[in-house]
Design a protein around this ligand. Structure first.
Ligand SMILES: [Zn+2]
Length: 409
């Protein structure tokens, strides 16, 4: 079989691979997929007892709150699992096969509306039409999601081998819960709230750490897309987070070097201060220096730990590909520290509040022109101050100056 590109269907195919011990979705057969969904059906009584799965189905027919829907759902589920032919003339909306099974509503398909009101498709398409294989994968996707704040999330990668690892930890946790009873270990907990909570969980995910069992053995070249959704309640919930390969590499790097806690601290600080800008910073490839700066601003004697300096360095070089910028600014910070204390204090105090490029350039000119101060500015430093965003570069220089000065004293 092939990946479809649809995160829910693909994660379902990955679950089927976990069940049939296949190493790639390309090794998975229709028969394997059917056997996997038969196993799902055999466990349904057990799954019904887990409250956590209510997020998948509108009005919770699966959980027994709507008895009529529940009977209908179970009957159609058995039909879908045991059927060998697709039954309608519609084309499958995820893989494009020419026949589909039944029109699926939110009872079946997370985020799909009812036949008349589907928020995901054009009017009159009568909800989602999936072929038999996609239908089975859709149902199995349940077993490839972990939960954060009670809502399921999945990690989609466009790689037929790595996606199996992506579904593995959820699948194992659910299987364990089925054997042992209870719902332990299916949920991930975070200190941060909402989207930042999910981001905190993702930062520490064992998937990016090749040193841990269950991790990716290579970085997926297209990165990963994280989808969190919920079908419970009156309105569908959907959140998508795109993690480019460079961010995954950054996560791998900070986990391997033992500095992920310092990054998680920034996420938690953002969450506590109701400031989601860390996500915006990463999405737009900006420096994290301003965030580290705000974090330290309130302390009387601002300082940055060695680990936080390393974090800034790794972030600049791996996450946003700005290694040269960091090295140039760090080199310049050392020269700033060579000034006598009164001049150093005066320079850094003014630097801390700079927002405009002209003010920054004026400050540099003032200090470099004075023969008594002796602060030389090379061309590569000057170039950075001309082309890089002022706030980012001024904050970064400030932090590095403070760190260098503390190291010296
Ligand atoms: Zn299909």
């Amino acid at each position: 079989m092939q990946l479809t590109g649809h995160p829910i269907i693909d994660i379902g195919l990955a679950v089927a691979c976990n069940i049939s011990h296949k190493k790639s979705v390309t090794e998975l057969s229709e028969k394997d997929l059917q056997t996997a969904s038969q196993w799902f059906l055999s466990e349904i009584e057990q799954l019904e007892k887990r409250h956590i799965f209510s997020s998948y189905w509108q009005n919770n027919p699966f959980m027994g709150k709507n008895i009529t829907s529940k009977t209908k759902y179970k009957r159609e589920l058995a039909l879908m699992v045991n059927s060998t032919v697709d039954s309608t003339s519609h084309a499958c909306q995820t893989c494009g096969k020419s026949k589909s099974f039944i029109p699926l509503s939110r009872t079946w398909f997370p985020l799909g509306g009812s036949a008349s009101t589907d928020p995901c498709t054009y009017p009159n398409l009568e909800g989602k039409h999936l072929c038999l294989s996609c239908c089975r994968a859709n149902v199995l996707a349940t077993m490839g999601c972990r939960f954060a704040s009670g809502k399921p999330f999945l990690i989609h990668v466009n790689d037929p081998e790595l996606i199996i690892a992506s579904a593995n930890s959820a699948f194992n946790a659910i299987k364990m819960a089925l054997t042992a009873g209870g719902e332990n270990n299916i949920s991930d907990n975070a200190v941060s709230k909402g989207h930042l909570g999910l981001f905190e969980i993702l930062t520490n995910s064992p998937l990016w750490n090749p040193l841990l069992t269950g991790g990716f053995n290579r970085i997926p070249k297209d990165g990963a897309t994280v989808i969190q959704f919920s079908n419970s309640g009156t309105a569908a919930y959907f959140y998508q987070l795109i993690l480019p390969a460079r961010i995954l590499e950054f996560f791998t790097n900070i986990n391997a070097s033992g500095i992920s806690k310092e990054f998680v601290d920034i996420i938690r600080w953002s969450s506590k201060n109701d400031n989601p800008s860390i996500l915006h910073t990463i999405e737009t490839g900006k420096s994290i220096a301003p965030l580290l700066f705000y974090k330290l601003d309130k302390s009387k004697q601002p300082t940055l730990s060695e680990k936080e300096i390393t974090l800034m360095k790794v972030y600049e070089s791996v996450a946003i590909n700005k290694q040269e910028r960091f090295e140039v600014i760090q080199g310049f910070a050392k020269r700033v520290c060579d000034m006598d204390k009164p001049h150093f204090d005066s320079f850094t105090k003014q630097l801390a509040n700079i927002k405009k490029r002209e003010t920054l350039l004026d400050l540099l000119t003032k200090f470099s022109k004075s023969s008594s101060i002796n602060l030389t500015i090379s061309n590569d430093v000057l170039k950075m101050f001309y082309i890089e965003p002022t706030t980012e570069i001024a904050k970064m220089l400030y932090l590095l100056c403070i760190a260098e000065s503390n190291k010296k004293n």
